[in-house]
Ligand binder design. Structure first.
Ligand code: F1P
Length: 294
């Protein structure tokens, strides 16, 4: 592959988009749930992992009960004050079915103007400026999370500056790791899942992801020299020593916002894909949106 993949260009725009979306936050703020409301956040694939990150962060910031579900797993009949649905394409079957079948208020975050979700959801937050040409999501997902973090009162400037640093870090050695397991704590568990998905999608590579505390309950058995354990956020006590003892490579960007560490993970996924002679924009067996037959 000689031309620059779309995903590489899209990854590089993230710092600016995070700044842009947080500056525009006031414009969208009214549509997002208020503090104290009981909220469900729902998506599929990447969008589910962003929902997971938002849910844990919202609860940890004391803004109210927040659950995250994959689109297919929303528990019908459970009461929430609002459902936040995330879908870049606005066409994902499980998400559209959920909105059609619920009586609860829905707010959709999407990247696609005129998509069915904009007709079905009660309110829509349109992030079309963060849409992507690559099938593999990077900037739509992180820009959505930047918006959600801003809605919870977080300042994204440091994260954006850290993401600029993340764009300059050499990833060649990380891309040579045979296998990576990503771990996180609370809101960074969602980031760990998203990082793992990037390598599976872009490079058809074997990755795993777990809550960091759960990692020692079995998954550590595959750690060995030549493989990596990528830690998002604060590592639990003793974890680094336990991983070091296996000989696996520890990846931990302690000085960067966890979303900037995700940017590095995205770049590793692309580098690994290219090294294998694959097209990182077009994962095997995957389309931009999963639309299932009736
Ligand atoms: C969800 C999704 C993505 C995946 C790929 C196909 O899309 O499953 O997670 O990376 O792009 O679609 P969406 O509902 O956010 O459009």
């Amino acid at each position: 592959m000689t031309a620059t993949p779309f995903v590489s260009t899209e990854i590089a725009t993230q710092p600016e988009l995070w700044r842009q979306v947080s500056a525009r936050f006031a414009q969208y703020g009214g549509a997002l749930p208020e503090a104290g409301q009981r909220v469900a956040a729902v998506g599929c694939g990447t969008s589910w992992f962003i929902a997971m990150a938002y849910a844990a962060l919202r609860e940890d910031l004391g803004q109210g009960l927040t659950d995250a579900f994959a689109g297919s797993e929303f528990p019908a009949g459970r009461e929430y004050d609002a459902i936040v649905v995330i879908s870049r394409s606005g066409t994902t079957t499980e998400i559209l079915d959920l909105i059609r079948n619920t009586k609860l208020p829905t707010v959709a975050i999407t990247g696609t103007v005129g998509s069915p979700i904009t007709e079905l959801a009660d309110q829509t937050i349109m992030l079309d400026f963060a849409d992507e040409q690559s099938v593999v999501q990077t900037r739509f997902a992180t820009t959505t999370l930047a918006l959600l973090r801003a809605s919870l009162g977080q300042d994204l400037e440091q994260a954006a500056a850290d993401a600029e640093t993340a764009l300059t870090i050499d990833v060649d050695e990380l891309a040579k790791l045979e296998q990576v397991t990503y771990v996180g704590t609370r809101w960074t568990v969602g980031l760990a899942h998203e990082a793992g998905l990037k390598q599976r999608e872009a490079a058809s590579a074997w990755t795993e992801a777990y809550p960091a505390m759960d990692y020692r309950h079995g998954p550590i058995a595959i750690a060995q020299p030549g493989r990596g354990v990528w830690i998002f956020g604060e590592p639990p006590a003793g974890l680094i020593d336990d991983v070091r003892a296996t000989g696996a490579t520890i990846v931990h960007h302690a000085e960067l916002d966890p979303m900037a560490s995700l940017v590095i993970a995205q770049r590793v996924a692309v580098a690994k894909s290219l090294a294998l002679g694959l097209n990182p924009d077009q994962p095997r067996s995957l389309t931009r949106s999963v639309i299932l037959p009736d």
